[in-house]
Design a protein around this ligand. Structure first.
Ligand code: ZN
Length: 305
């Protein structure tokens, strides 16, 4: 097989067959080489091509124009094992019908701009941008596992036109999470699901009368002392600054975007664990993530903000 030349798309594995462009759209018809071996049995060069159609995939904008790649997708039947298959496309995220590089671009841009802006720029619909953002934010949430504090601060913060609930680690001066509302059931539910919640010895919530009346979760889940530590107020200012800093463009961000930006695009406070851990100790971290829990992550470092 001859090697395909590089092309204006910088997708060396694709061959550009044609290009049509309008004021704000560019369309390319592109072809991929035949597969080398059967994806089922591995036998090489025993294919019969049949059926083809152009399938649209979105790509990065070029010169401000939205780009669609019409990929000539073929089906093949293998003479050796009689399987019919449609080969995997290189450089594409099939589930989203877009190039890998566009997917990465949207992941990044959706943290920095409103969904509508990213959608207009790329030609994707807003829901797709949101889906990509959500998947990314969820991944980051699993990746950055914040340690459960000994002294948990629960506070409120006026953000994006509503009162939100903020959770802090008072001893470490870090931000752990933001909840969309300060509604009691939402906060209670969050606390019930808190990992290692038995680690919490003290809960400080100095401004919230409704909470002082609630008993359910604390009796069941943690040793609870009500304190009047005035500590949390000191953070509110830092957290407000952080929120402003991450929302400079002003409007258009959803709460989820602001939350993810505040939690995952800010410096975290990390420390090496104090106790030596036996290499034979089986960790139960799970989540299917690589386990290099060398450092403990205490959350967003507020002392530097
Ligand atoms: Zn085969």
């Amino acid at each position: 097989m001859t090697e395909l030349p590089d092309n204006i798309l910088h997708l060396p594995q694709y061959q550009v067959l044609g290009c049509k462009s309008t004021d704000d759209e560019m369309h390319f018809q592109v072809d991929v080489p035949d597969p080398i071996a059967c994806e089922e049995c591995g036998v090489q060069g025993e294919f019969v091509r049949f059926g083809k159609r152009d399938v649209p995939y979105r790509d990065l904008p070029i010169h401000g124009k939205r780009v669609t790649l019409w990929v000539v997708r073929r089906r093949y039947t293998c003479r050796a094992c009689k399987t019919t298959f449609r080969p995997q496309l290189p450089e594409m995220v099939d589930g989203f019908r877009m190039t890998l590089r566009l997917h990465e671009y949207v992941e990044k841009e959706s943290f920095n701009h409103p969904y509508t802006f990213v959608a207009a720029q790329t030609g994707l619909d807003e829901k797709t941008v949101r889906d990509i953002f959500n998947a990314r934010a969820e991944f980051l949430g699993r990746w950055h596992r914040f340690e459960t504090p000994r002294i948990l601060g629960i506070d409120e913060l006026y953000l994006n036109k509503r009162y939100r609930c903020i959770l802090t680690n008072i001893e470490e001066r870090t931000l752990l999470d933001l909840l969309a509302t300060r509604r009691q059931d939402v906060v209670t539910n969050y606390l019930m699901k808190l990992k290692d919640r038995q680690k919490v010895e003290i809960v400080s919530m100095d401004m919230w009368n409704p909470y002082r009346a609630v008993g359910n979760w604390r009796e069941e889940t943690m040793t609870y002392f009500e304190t009047d530590m005035p500590v949390t107020n000191a953070y509110t200012e830092s957290i407000n600054r952080l929120a402003k800093d991450k929302n400079r463009e002003g409007r258009g961000y959803s709460f989820e975007v602001m939350r993810a930006r505040m939690l995952y695009t800010t410096k975290h406070k990390k420390k090496a664990p104090t106790a030596k851990v036996s290499p034979f100790y089986k960790k139960t971290i799970g989540y299917g993530l690589p386990d290099f829990a060398e450092e403990l992550n205490y959350g967003v470092d507020l002392s530097t903000i």
